[in-house]
Design a protein around this ligand. Sequence first.
Ligand code: 9UX
Length: 72
Amino acid sequence: KKQQVVLPITGMTCANCVATVERNLKKEKGVEHVAVNLASERATVIFDPTLTRLDALVARVERAGYGIATGE
Ligand code: 9UX
């Protein structure tokens, strides 16, 4: 069963930022679809939970230089 998460991303200010976040999330094994929206500052990710997990997706975003918003 596929799993979908919506990650609130911080630090994205331009279209290149969006592309960077997308590219890095797509590198993760098991990631099947990524849609990053600049206006809403959210990344929607569909992935196979037998191949990866939320922590790994968060780590990808952080390693790319962006953050995950908390407590919104
Ligand atoms: Mo353009 Mo996005 O310099 O960091 S890539 S703002």
